[in-house]
Design a protein around this ligand. Sequence first.
Ligand code: FAD
Ligand code: MLT
Ligand code: ZN
Length: 459
Amino acid sequence: MTDRLAELTRLFPDLKLSTDPGDMEHHGRDWTRRWPPSPLAIAWPASIDEVQGIVRWANQQGVAVVPSGGRTGLSGGAVAANGELVLSLDRMNRVLDFDPIDRTLTVQAGMALEAVQNAAREHGLIYPVDFAARGSCQIGGNVATNAGGIRVIRYGNTRQWIAGLKVVTGTGELLDLNRGLIKNASGYDLRHLVIGSEGTLGIVVEATLALTAPPPPSQVMLLAIPAMDALMKVFAEARHRLRLEAFEFFTDRALHHVLAHGAQRPFDDAYPFYVVSEFDAADAEAEAAGLAFFEFCLAEGWVVDGAIASSDAQAAALWRLREGITESLAPHKPYKNDVSVRISAVPAFMAEMQALLTREYPDFDVVWFGHIGDGNLHINVLKPTDIDNASFVEQCEHVTSMLVDTLARHGGSISAEHGIGLVKKPWLGSVRSEAEIALMRGIKAVWDPNGIMNPGKLL
Ligand code: FAD
Ligand code: MLT
Ligand code: ZN
């Protein structure tokens, strides 16, 4: 153990600390597998006091700190590859308070999203942020990335559900931001600065989450769609006729991989695009509206096949086709892109980008899927087996440059919901002006004057 760690142990004899190679490997990276982990050590504080103490020690010792949640991040934000101390929130995972009048749940930041969803349900309410990593990702990580997911079309991103935050800044100061207030016109809302800051300003230690009433029973529908312009018409029609909870898409290449990973084939034939949609269907009238929508789209030729779930098991099987994509692609070491354009710009953007990819990289397996109802597309390039890692990354960075140009023509963003982290850092300047980046740097310098909070990420 180094002198610096010995000093930390002297200051906090009860602090759980490890330099075990297995822990360093496990906690030194997120879902990106590009950077070999090389942390100084892993610390698991159990209280706000310990978090503050670690941050103060890190300032004195000049040690960088990487806040670590569930490490399901896809942008390299929780990677510790340069001798940083990983500060894991794993042990701070309790519900602290439920208030039925305010409809808020106050939790420690290391609580898993799914545990929060379950805790809300125990009180007859829901916490509506939701996505496939729910079992592992943590509220602190969700706040730090302003996570989106599959129900944004109805409920918005994480930001919308954060009524209050406790945050330890880069100097070790504890801020109690907004305290659950609905109205609070008292100057800059620092809570919203922390949301999406990717661990570069401070450590989220507690969150007060707004909850809401559960939606009525819903129906899940899978649609096979012949072309992107038809998909947009289906989307417009669905929004017009139904109360949507989700509208997600994937291509036949995505279906190929998810089927190879054990999902059930939905249709005998293959189609270019598929949509999983979930919408309110509380009674027979609402169910009939769903069926009428489907038949209308079929008659128009916008939909060529479909399936409506008639049980929870069938609904789960349809959702697996969409939610299982990330895991099914993981063995192929995908280079991930997570972009957004205005919904209306999706068809033109996709057509242009796919044409470029086909021209420049005809042998790449490119898998498109995502939250198309939010204009958020995931473009995963799979690593061909005959290319080494370094050349693959080089070619994918060229793909990202093409994406950046195409996004610029369509007014889009290089990161919709995964964050900038390390993966997209070289392209931050394509979506944020020099003036904006200078302001961001200035803000970071105030919150974290010694630059110890997740250095090298985002900025
Ligand atoms: P980590 O990966 O541990 O960290 C992410 C970032 O947050 C890092 O910069 C880290 O330093 C920082 N951080 C973590 N905890 C704290 C804290 N307490 N205080 C300050 N900073 C902190 N994302 C979506 O938005 N939508 C999706 O639909 C979605 N689906 C996914 C599906 C799968 C299968 C997987 C693997 C990932 C998915 N993700 C999705 C990405 C990821 O789950 C989210 O970004 C999630 O919010 C990360 O949470 P985490 O706890 O795992 O954070
Ligand atoms: C998703 O929507 O499934 C996630 O953002 C994960 C991914 O992009 O792989
Ligand atoms: Zn996503």
